[in-house]
Design a protein around this ligand. Structure first.
Ligand code: LLP
Length: 380
């Protein structure tokens, strides 16, 4: 953060994102080293951050990509990712998106329902193609993260429930334009405890037995993403513990001979390299609270409003003793609040504030609500 000189920060029109490329590259190198130990394949979950400069670096490092829309497939292709390394998930794939993926001969569709399976088969047939598919299985595991970002519970909309797997296999046997090549799981996001991943491995071992019994050769298992980052201490823990994470899968999942193991990591790759930079517009003394009013709001970073997410906030220009503030944005909604009763150096109009750990699900989730401009991004 200090590398990006304050003088320069003052010159630029706030709010904007800055990305620390050193952190990004070191993170990517660490993922690559740790995944290579076991021959694992990593697809970057583009939904976390689709900034073209970031995509280019991820692509240059040889990673694949995980897409959830036709727009993401196009962004990945434009950034130079090879279609052979694209996986495509999502409960609501539109026909044009399926056709786009077929046209590019992507690595695999992660199929989330029986109706979707039939539509992919139909469109592949029309295009004279065989679509490679993985069944996205809902492993029915409870993950203790924010309820908006758990995906693998029985009641979630994602994936195919365990009790429907036999029916799905029967249907796949009858379809001529799809080829079952793997299984896909994704249990949620911002998971920092390894226990749910261990449970996922154990569940995957059981599920795999069903396929073996039916003489189905699963060429790959994709365990999705979900590894969390340290939002409380971004400087000390700028690189997540990929070693521990991959080691869980190596220890607890029993891969078959020649079976390839894939992952779709988003937040853990880009989360710590980005910060949202904002200027203090006003310090307002209410009758019970002091408010720091920023020129950034949930239009630039929605995570605190949407998930009550915690982000470190630093006043980069003040050296005075601390005070306690509610740190809010300018949007006309009470939920436009980054932090309540947060300790910050004594703050004045014009100070520059950094909201840390905003590289994932930050810029990419920004909106133009209130007819605001989308934030720019800078790299150092
Ligand atoms: N694969 C699938 C199928 C996913 O749905 C996701 C994230 C990922 C991979 C990547 O997960 P990650 O490694 O980033 O945890 N906007 C929320 C997070 C939503 C996650 C959606 N799915 C947030 O700001 O916390």
């Amino acid at each position: 953060m200090k590398d990006f000189r304050i003088k320069k920060m003052l010159e630029l029109q706030t709010p904007y994102y800055i990305y620390n490329m050193k952190v990004l590259k070191e993170t990517l190198q660490t993922v690559a080293i740790e995944a290579n130990k076991y021959g694992y394949y990593v697809h970057y979950a583009i939904k976390a951050n689709a900034n073209i400069q970031i995509l280019s670096i991820v692509q240059e490092m040889g990673f694949g990509v995980d897409c959830v829309s036709g727009g993401e497939i196009s962004a990945a292709i434009d950034a130079g990712f090879s279609a052979e390394k694209i996986v495509f998930a999502g409960v609501g794939k539109a026909d044009w998106e399926i056709n786009l993926a077929l046209e590019h001969d992507i690595f695999c569709f992660n199929v989330e329902s029986i109706p979707e399976l039939k539509v992919i088969n139909y469109l592949a047939h029309l295009n004279g193609k065989i679509a490679k598919i993985a069944i996205r299985v809902n492993p029915e595991i409870n993950v203790y993260t924010h309820h908006h970002i758990t995906t693998g519970r029985k009641e979630n909309k994602f994936g195919i429930n365990l009790d429907q797997l036999d029916d799905v296999i029967d249907i796949i046997f009858m379809l001529s334009s799809v080829q079952l090549v793997g299984l896909h799981f994704h249990i949620g996001s911002q998971i920092t405890d390894m226990v749910p991943f261990k449970l996922l491995c154990k569940q995957a071992n059981e599920i795999q037995k069903k396929f073996i019994r039916r003489n189905i050769d699963l060429k790959h298992i994709n365990f999705g993403g979900g590894l969390g980052i340290n939002y409380e201490n971004p400087d000390e823990f700028s690189i997540p513990n990929f070693q521990e994470y991959f080691d869980v899968f190596n220890t607890y999942f029993f891969a078959l001979n020649n079976q390839k193991i894939h992952f779709e990591l988003g937040r853990s790759i880009v989360g710590q390299c980005g910060s949202l930079i904002s200027k203090v517009l006003y310090v307002k003394e209410g009758s019970v609270k002091k408010f720091v009013i920023l020129d950034a709001g949930f239009t630039e970073l929605i995570r605190p409003a949407f998930y009550e997410a915690y982000h470190v906030i630093e006043n980069l220009t003040s050296n005075e003793f601390a005070d306690v503030y509610d740190i809010v944005g300018p949007i006309c909604e009470s939920s436009d609040c980054f932090a309540k009763q947060r300790i910050l150096k004594k703050t004045h109009r014009g100070d520059i504030v950094a909201i840390r750990s905003a590289g994932a699900y930050g810029e990419v989730m920004s909106s133009q609500y209130n007819c605001r401009r989308l934030p720019k991004s800078y790299f150092f």
